[in-house]
Design a binder for this molecule. Structure first.
Ligand code: PEP
Ligand code: MG
Length: 577
């Protein structure tokens, strides 16, 4: 009997199950050593047999790369076909072939000969005018593909095996996945990263499962069959037929369940829970509406301000805000469709030239969020005016909130500015532990609170959210973080004011139950997560949610809390989550 490979374990950061073969994300291809073992005898003399074998290997690799490019071109059609065929011709270039054969005859290994052969080609191209010089990057890619094949290492960048796959990588950055074809991605496994990583965000937006922080993932063999469980964080390697069948049934169940329910969010006993979308600009509205979002719970407005020397004008801002508000003013009388706009969250990971923020030793602890705009009050005044004008021109129910509010005095200052505009409510984000601890005093000043669990984790655990080695601190199941959420939930209940969650935590369906049990009244998330959260919520009454909240809050750590809640929840497996 073949030994069963041990499962790998990480953190489930996007729910669901995927079954399929691994495709490894390739890193940089190493330069093959100059004195390769192939072709050079003990005394440095080249043995004819070795040289011939090296030539043959190099030619076979070049031909295979060219054939693969041509096949991809045929499959893609259109302009892509022309581009890929032109690349295949570069690989089939007779001068390149001759040069590579010459180098193997001199004793270079096949990989080294290809490396050096392309280097000469590269120099020629770089010196042949602007248009040809622009092809140098293509040439580097072709060299990397051919050498990777000869060295038996993954091709750099996003793999394209020509069939659906589970993408495995050390970590994923937006630039890595820009060329990813979502139709072929079944799920993600990364060795690093956590619940707020790009992997998690991308997986949720595509609605596919993902496991992050999974040690040993990049040692998986290309093509190895796996089952990825984005709920439990378990990756089953070389599964049995019975396991594959069971996993496929869960995939089917999820597909069927997701198509089966729409409408506003509510618990099984009818307690409404607003299910809203996080958006980063007008371009995201379509996906939010398609996923049945009741409105927008976090409209990040930084997109208007980034990469600019001066702030955008009131008019430019009004136009962008109005486009979003108008999309949520569905039929009916009065103000409909809630849109919660977050005012500019500058500083730290979002530096803005015109705010003249000084270099600081700890930008995440420096002039950022509301603090940054308090130093430039005209920037906030203009933004609020633009929001007010856009709100007046549409029938959306526009709420405004400030990021990074530290306590009641800041809440009072911001809300006083916001209330000068015709907006529905003025509120604050709770992202700093001090504000959570003082939630009652903060809510005495603000009309609502929205908990940003991404930053609240960062500040609760003193762990920079941008440092991937510290990703486990971003796990929102941590009882200390949930304790702060509970405190804000209680304050909301006592003051009769709404408390939302708009960090990544809100998009975890199981955790969503816990958050509701802790007193949260609305959840805002990536549109791709709405269907799962809506479904699981509809299976649980308020008492059940409170019980799950108690289990998670009382656990010693995140993993225990998650496991206990999973066990005590209803229909998690059945819904394929
Ligand atoms: C948060 O911190 O949880 C949040 C929603 O804000 P952002 O991720 O934009 O900082
Ligand atoms: Mg934040």
């Amino acid at each position: 009997m073949t030994p069963v490979a041990a499962p790998l374990k990480g953190v489930g950061v996007s729910p669901g199950v995927a079954v399929g073969p691994v495709a490894l994300m390739g890193g940089e291809v190493p330069e093959p050593p100059a004195a390769g073992p192939v072709g050079a005898g003990a005394a440095g003399a080249v043995e004819a047999g070795d040289a011939a074998a090296a030539t043959e290997a190099a030619r076979a690799a070049l031909a295979a790369v060219a054939a693969e490019l041509e096949a991809r071109g045929r499959a893609a059609g259109g302009d892509a076909r022309d581009v890929l065929e032109a690349q295949a011709m570069m690989v089939r270039d007779p001068d390149l072939d001759e040069r590579v054969a010459g180098l193997t005859a001199q004793g270079r290994s096949a990989a080294r000969a290809v490396w050096e052969g392309f280097a000469v080609y590269r120099r020629e191209l770089a010196g042949a005018g602007e248009y040809m010089a622009a092809r140098v990057a293509d040439l580097d890619d072709l060299r990397a593909r051919t050498v990777a094949r000869l060295l038996g290492v993954p091709v750099p960048g996003v793999p394209d095996p020509g069939h659906p796959f589970v993408l495995v990588a050390r970590d994923l950055a937006p630039a890595d996945t820009a060329t990813l074809d979502p139709a072929n991605v079944l799920g993600f496994i990364t060795e690093e990263g956590g619940p707020t990583s790009h992997t998690a965000i991308l997986a949720k937006s595509l609605g596919v499962p993902a496991v992050a922080g999974c040690a040993g993932a990049t040692d998986l063999a290309d093509g190895a069959p796996v089952i990825v469980d984005g709920g439990t964080g378990v990756v089953r390697v070389d599964p049995t037929e019975a396991e594959v069948d069971a996993a496929r049934r869960r995939v089917q169940a999820r597909r069927a369940a997701r198509g089966g329910r729409s409408g506003p969010g509510a618990t099984a006993d009818g307690q409404p829970v607003g299910l809203l979308a996080n958006i980063g600009g007008p371009a995201d509205v379509k996906a939010a509406l398609a996923a049945g979002a009741e409105g927008v719970g976090l409209f990040r407005t930084e997109f208007l301000f980034l990469d600019r020397a001066d702030p955008p004008s009131v008019e430019e801002q009004r136009e962008a805000y109005e486009a979003v508000f108008a999309a949520f003013q569905r039929g009916g009388a009065g103000k409909v469709g809630k849109v919660v706009v977050r005012t500019l969250d500058a500083g730290a990971d979002k530096p803005l030239a015109f705010l003249n923020l000084r270099d600081e030793p700890n930008p995440a602890l420096g002039q950022r969020g509301l603090r940054a705009v308090r130093r430039a009050p005209e920037v906030l005044a203009d933004q609020l005016e633009a929001i007010g004008r856009a709100a007046a021109a549409t029938r959306a129910d526009v709420w405004v909130m400030a990021p990074m509010v530290a306590g009641a005095a800041e809440a009072a200052w911001f809300c006083a500015q916001a209330r000068r505009q015709p907006v529905g409510r003025a509120g604050v984000m709770i992202e700093i532990p001090a504000a959570a601890l003082q939630a009652r005093a903060v809510l005495a000043e603000a009309d609502f609170a929205s908990i940003g669990t991404n930053d609240l984790s960062q500040y609760t655990f003193a762990a920079d959210r941008l440092v991937s080695e510290l990703a486990s601190f971003q796990d929102p199941w941590q009882p200390a973080l949930l304790g702060l959420v509970a405190r804000v939930g209680e304050a909301g209940h006592d003051t009769g004011k709404p408390v939302g969650v708009c960090g990544e935590a809100a998009g975890d369906p199981l955790l969503a139950l816990v958050l509701v049990g802790l007193g949260v009244t609305s959840l805002s998330m990536a549109p791709g997560s709405l269907a799962d959260v809506r479904l699981l919520l509809a299976r649980h009454g308020m008492d059940h949610c409170r019980r799950l909240a108690g289990l998670a809050l009382g656990a010693a750590d995140a993993e225990t809390g998650r496991a206990r809640a999973r066990e005590a929840a209803t229909g998690v497996d059945e819904l394929g989550l």
